[in-house]
Design a protein around this ligand. Structure first.
Ligand SMILES: Cc1cc2nc3c(=O)[nH]c(=O)nc-3n(C[C@H](O)[C@H](O)[C@H](O)COP(=O)(O)OP(=O)(O)OC[C@H]3O[C@@H](n4cnc5c(N)ncnc54)[C@H](O)[C@@H]3O)c2cc1C
Length: 510
């Protein structure tokens, strides 16, 4: 849906086929990062996202970690995104995925270039040198149809049929754990947790669980909750006492009403390619993993933002041969790093801590180790996905990764931070094409003409000198997705054209 909006806003005709007439009412994918909120700004529905927020204004959305049980005496602040707020153009958000999807569906419905086909299922996928064909069937009437298109993107979830049909294999790391997702109503739990008023997510580490989490989250403020936990293999809705599991996880009995029980397998899977000819995959179709750290939905949105402008540039004729391949080259290693350096690391780090320390063995040593292992902010501070060394990022070495360093300085391949604290809205100006910030209007005019000769849309908004001081660069060229393409002042217009051509996936200036 996000990709359709990104493309539709660029005037690219897009058809979305989704078998769900309505988003399923399961409160998954709730933690939306500041970067994801920037996408909503770019998709012109940030205000609607904020309005759909189920927590009252001012209610905190921070996290806590506990040892043993939710009401344990061992508790610390955890996973709070405030420390990186300065580097983004807007604030993070928290809402259940069905509400986020409703915002996107409403936005997509406003865009003439998008055709929405809800209640249809994709049944066959084919491609040749000239295009793709999707066979679809209406789930109510049984009617069938075919959609011919230039490109096809499978954003059809972790069991993606598109991925399979395109012959894209997956590499899977199974943790061989059955997990339960419970959704429940409880005023009593809300009252118990009023002692932590600014928190909305709670990770509980238990020595019996070897690093896998008991994980609670607010769905709204006061009533509804979700809970994930490992359960024994073979657990079904009918053979397990889930209320007792919740009481043990909280640390005391409390009134609750379970409204949903679902199961998922704890696995980390990543597609071995994100592209096969004219077919692409995005979101969970390309990468699926446990919700530890809330990377799922955010990574999917960034896939959409990365692919949107590249497909549009190719269809509009200003993107070069290397541009579409750069989607795989940039996004695949970022997820590999997310899986290894963040999601995998959580489990390993917590497992090592739990195996080595218990309060019963040595209380003082436990408390020191507990603070050391749980209160560092590395996970938030160092999660800065970047495309250093990408084939379309001139002047950068290294390789794309999820581990980075937040910085106001503009660096090729990195997300561009606002130059001034609290400056909102700059990211909304990155859109149709590239954006060039230069302090000198004559340079701006000359470089814009060079871009026109290449046929590349380039905006040259005015920028005050202090922005360049903050960015520590004489010039900043920004891609349509808000990542920095280059910061070097070119010797002349031809050198700029060569730089821009490379950033558009052309091997040399035309
Ligand atoms: C129980 C659970 C809890 C989660 N909790 C979190 C969390 O707290 N934080 C987080 O970040 N992530 C969480 N996730 C992960 C997050 O929900 C996913 O990363 C996100 O939904 C991925 O979005 P997607 O659009 O790629 O795939 P999906 O949300 O799976 O959407 C796929 C879409 O494709 C459609 N579709 C599939 N096949 C076909 C077909 N053949 N024809 C037509 N339509 C089709 C489906 O109807 C659906 O609308 C959770 C996931 C689960 C399962």
């Amino acid at each position: 849906m996000a990709l359709a909006i990104d493309l539709g806003q660029r005037g690219i005709r897009t058809c979305v086929v989704d078998r769900n007439p309505q988003p399923p009412q399961i409160p998954k994918g709730q933690n939306l990062t500041q970067r994801t909120a920037e996408h909503f700004m770019a998709w012109h529905c940030e205000a609607e996202l904020r309005a759909a927020h189920p927590l009252p204004p001012g209610a905190g959305i921070g996290g806590m970690t506990m040892y043993g049980s939710l009401l344990s005496e061992y508790h610390l602040d955890w996973f709070n995104r405030a420390s990186v707020a300065r580097y983004y153009h807007t604030a993070n958000a928290r809402l259940p995925q069905y509400k986020t999807e409703a915002v996107l569906r409403a936005r997509a419905a406003e865009i003439d270039a998008i055709t929405l086909m809800y209640g249809w299922t994709g049944e066959s996928v084919a491609q040749d040198d000239s295009g793709t064909r999707l066979g679809i069937r209406n789930l109510t009437m049984g009617e069938t149809a075919e959609i011919d298109s230039t490109y096809l993107v499978g954003a059809d979830g972790s069991r993606s049929k598109t991925r399979e049909a395109a012959g894209i294999t997956e590499t899977e790391q199974s943790h061989d754990r059955l997990m339960v997702l419970l959704v429940f109503d409880s005023d009593a739990l809300h009252r118990l947790l009023q002692r932590y008023p600014d928190k909305a997510i709670y990770k509980v580490l238990h020595p019996d669980l070897d690093g896998y989490w008991l994980f609670f989250g607010r769905v709204d403020h006061g009533k509804s909750w979700f809970f994930h936990a490992p359960v024994p293999a073979g657990t079904t809705r009918d053979n397990y006492d889930f209320a007792d599991l919740l009481h043990r996880a909280v640390g005391e009995p409390f009134d609750l009403d379970i409204t949903y029980v679902g199961f998922w397998d704890l696995r980390i899977a990543r597609a071995d390619a994100y592209r096969a000819g004219r077919i692409f995959i995005a979101g969970d179709a390309a990468h699926s993993h446990p919700p530890y750290g809330g990377y799922g939905i955010n990574t999917g949105f960034e896939d959409a933002r990365n692919l949107g402008w590249k497909l549009a540039a190719t269809l509009q004729g200003w993107g070069g041969d290397a541009l579409l391949d750069s989607y795989d080259a940039e996004r695949k290693p970022v997820f590999a790093s997310t899986a290894r350096d963040f999601i995998g690391r959580y489990i390993e780090k917590d497992r090592a801590f739990l195996r080595a320390h218990t309060p019963e063995k040595d209380g003082a040593a436990f408390e020191t180790a507990w603070r050391d292992s749980q209160s560092d902010t590395w996970d938030v501070d160092r999660f800065e996905p970047h495309y250093e060394g990408s084939p379309i990022v001139p002047d950068s070495a290294g390789s794309p990764s999820a581990i980075g360093q937040h910085d106001i300085a503009a660096r090729p391949g990195h997300h561009l931070a606002p130059p001034v604290a609290g400056l909102k809205g700059l990211t909304a100006t990155f859109g149709e094409g590239f954006t060039l910030f230069t302090p000198d209007p004559d340079t701006a005019r000359a470089l814009k003409q060079a871009a026109e000769r290449l046929g590349v849309p380039l905006a040259t908004p005015e920028a005050p000198p202090e922005w360049f001081e903050a960015w520590q660069a004489p010039l900043v060229l920004v891609r349509p997705d808000g990542f920095v393409a280059a910061t070097r002042a070119p010797e002349n217009a031809d050198a700029f054209a060569a730089m821009l051509a490379r950033a558009c996936g052309r091997t040399a200036a035309a």
